[in-house]
Design a protein around this ligand. Sequence first.
Ligand code: 5GP
Length: 193
Amino acid sequence: MKLLEDRIRKDGIIAEGGVLKVDCFLNHLMDVKLFHEMGMEFKRLFKDKPINKILTIEASGIGIACVVAECFDVPVLFAKKSQSINLSGEVYSTKVQSFTHKRVYDVVVSKKFIGPEDHVLIIDDFLANGCALQGLIQLVQEAGATVEGIGICVEKGFQDGGRIIRETGIQLESLAIVDAMDPATGEITFREQ
Ligand code: 5GP
């Protein structure tokens, strides 16, 4: 999506450790007009899927997921990162290794809000190693629901997550795929798609 690629080139900051900072429009300060354009693009890419729920993970997926949900006219469920796992059987839970925070979280969703009748589009801001997405896919499967697709704003194509998820056969659409970024020159190379 050219609009997003242009914005990443203009405002993205290449940090150490393969981290791309886009907090001035995507995951801290949020450009909701851009979010709307991304939402409409996801709507176009998944137009043939019977999606009735959006699933994301807190915190930085929630903003974009809400705007996407409005485009699809469906509710958003966000998976919570939990410190103390609820053992009473009211939640589906999985463990996720955080790329940015270098730690493992328990991630939960209430059994009240997802079940076999659900056709889910998973939305997140970033895809790196794919741990967050694999956790979300596991939660959907545990609930007996169907993953209809995955929509990502920025995929880092030089990490393995995209390849691993595509190998599962799930439709994964990333609006911008960064294949290389050079902290010395600031140059960012996007995959043609
Ligand atoms: P993964 O689980 O795919 O390794 O990482 C996905 C999560 O880590 C995303 O939800 C995002 O919040 C965060 N993340 C991974 N890489 C980056 C990055 O380069 N920049 C930013 N801002 N967040 C990232």
